[in-house]
Design a protein around this ligand. Structure first.
Ligand SMILES: [Zn+2]
Length: 78
């Protein structure tokens, strides 16, 4: 199962894109009281996306952290 269009369109986008329909905030990481990273889960396909707010500007982007487990659990061939 591929990422849905929401996730695909968000991948690599600048972190300045703050509010995204269909994304639920599930976690925040802080550094010295400043939000450094946010985790979102896609309500459509379950993919977890990271919105990175620290680092240089080229690092402040949306990236895919984890895709739904079903995409990775392939039984070994006997
Ligand atoms: Zn999605």
């Amino acid at each position: 199962m591929d990422n849905c269009t929401v996730c695909t369109s968000l991948q690599g986008r600048p972190a300045g894109v703050a509010r995204v329909d269909g994304m639920t905030l599930i976690g925040i990481g802080e550094c010295e009281g400043v939000t450094a990273i946010e985790h979102y889960r896609c309500e459509c396909c379950g993919t977890v996306m990271v919105r990175q707010l620290w680092g240089c500007s080229s690092e402040q982007v949306w990236t895919t952290l984890a895709q739904p487990a079903c995409t990775r659990l392939t039984p070994p061939s006997a």
